[in-house]
Design a binder for this molecule. Structure first.
Ligand SMILES: C[S@@+](CC[C@H](N)C(=O)[O-])C[C@H]1O[C@@H](n2cnc3c(N)ncnc32)[C@H](O)[C@@H]1O
Length: 417
């Protein structure tokens, strides 16, 4: 660490802290405007500002109102535990005085929000459903940085060959605990340049996201819809599970995301995927396919509060007003997507959120309105695939328990008429 680099981290932080854009977007913009920074410096700045964001609620409570520079000093001193002499190169005279006072002050009792490193409004919503100790555990799990998980593209590649390739290039990895297609890399190697990635033999995908595919469990020759396909993280998995057979529609309302799916699709070698830009959840195409689809995945737009390990800035970018809109959208999408499912067919509703309003509550409301659907146990569906993961009827994943992002999923089956 040197004074200049520290100053640059502080500047990057002040741009991120407007929270007008996602933190990674603001950071890329900062790097574009500072082309003199080498890769090592960029990595250090990114690690530092993300480290701060992962701990900022606690830091704000501990040191009170303060500048970005002071928050960074507090991060190194109080979170990373660096002794003051190691900060000598960056501390100015006024910093030393400020730090002395900050270290001495004892703030009032720590609120649950600071203990859990979650916004107050999130804590109060969780409190209606769980104990404080559980909220704290969930929140603390979100403070760790996420591991780099790969999914083997089983349509193209065999695990033994991929493992041999990784070993040959000196990469360390282990099998993911639950997903049969997963590998967890040690550290954060530049996997996008690795031949296995370039040839489409592996994709980067959190193990939790891989498990969602196991809940859909599409069969070869089936008609499947990935309703909120985005750039196709789950589409590619579903397509591989279908061994590139049957028909898999990838719907989304965002043109950019559907366009981003196309190069990934090409790399994957799949030919059963049909990306379709839709105008809304009520697009004409949905009416035409009504009652014809075997399996539908709704990976709904959500608050993303299960992904705080990767997107800690969501703690400031999400709020209750935004949540109210998201809840309406989720409800409308689920209701419309359900029309696609044929009798006996399966609908999987998933989010990367930890809020019950976006999860269980949506399912309860849906089932009240749609008595022709019933819950199928996630535990049983996973058991059938020899995956030992029991979170009950619903899939509920948390970083502190499963080392995945926070995910929720419910399997709904349309009763055979
Ligand atoms: C959680 S993301 C999906 C991520 C994706 N399934 C993946 O695995 O990479 C939710 C997606 O829903 C899309 N979306 C939002 N409103 C929609 C709607 N009315 N109908 C279909 N998709 C919608 C968003 O554009 C976004 O790509």
């Amino acid at each position: 660490m040197n004074a200049q680099l520290f100053q640059q981290a502080s500047q990057a932080l002040s741009q991120i802290k407007t929270f007008k854009h996602p933190a990674d977007v603001s950071l890329s913009y900062f790097f574009r405007n500072n082309p003199q920074l080498g890769q090592q410096d960029r990595n250090w700045i990114a690690e530092t500002v993300f480290g701060l964001l992962r701990n900022k609620i606690w830091i704000d409570w501990r040191i009170g109102p303060s500048s970005g520079r002071q928050q960074l000093i507090a991060y190194f001193r109080l979170v990373k535990g660096l002794p003051q002499k190691e900060l000598a190169t960056i501390l100015r005279e006024e910093d030393i005085e400020w730090l002395k006072k900050a270290m001495e002050q004892t703030p009032a009792e720590m609120p649950i929000s600071a203990q859990a490193e979650l916004p107050e409004w999130v804590c109060s919503r969780l409190k209606a459903h769980m104990q404080d100790a559980d909220i704290i555990q969930i929140g603390r799990g979100m403070k760790e940085s996420a591991p780099l998980d790969l999914r083997i593209n089983t349509f193209k590649a065999q695990r033994a060959i991929i493992e041999a390739q990784l070993q040959k290039s000196g990469l360390e990895y282990s099998a993911t605990p639950f997903s049969p297609f997963g590998l967890r890399l040690k550290g954060k190697p530049a996997i996008h340049k690795h031949p296995a990635f370039v040839h489409g033999d592996v994709e980067v995908q959190d193990e939790g996201s891989q498990i969602l595919g196991l809940l859909v469990a599409p069969k070869r020759q089936e008609m499947v819809v990935d309703f909120c396909a985005g750039a196709g993280g789950k589409t590619l998995l579903l397509g591989a599970m279908m061994a590139s057979q049957g028909r898999l529609y990838a719907f989304d309302v965002a043109e950019k995301r559907i366009n981003n799916l196309k190069p990934r699709l090409k790399r994957s070698g799949l030919s059963n995927v049909h990306p379709q830009l839709i105008t809304s959840e009520n697009d004409q195409r949905i009416k035409r396919l009504a009652g014809k689809i075997d399996r539908v995945l709704v990976d709904a737009p959500c608050s993303g509060l299960g992904t705080l390990r990767r997107n800690p800035d969501l703690k400031w970018r999400q709020n209750e007003v935004g949540l109210a809109e998201i809840l309406q959208k989720q409800k409308a999408i689920l209701q419309s997507a359900a029309r696609l499912v044929k009798p006996g067919g399966r609908l999987v509703y998933a989010t990367c959120s930890i809020l019950p309003e976006e999860n269980e509550d949506q399912i309860t409301a849906f089932l009240e309105k749609n008595p022709d659907f019933e819950i199928t146990s996630a535990k049983e569906v996973l058991e059938q695939q020899r995956v030992e993961l029991d979170t009950g009827d619903f899939l509920k994943l948390y970083p502190h328990q499963h080392s995945t992002d926070g995910f929720f999923a419910a399997i709904l089956t349309r009763k055979a008429s």
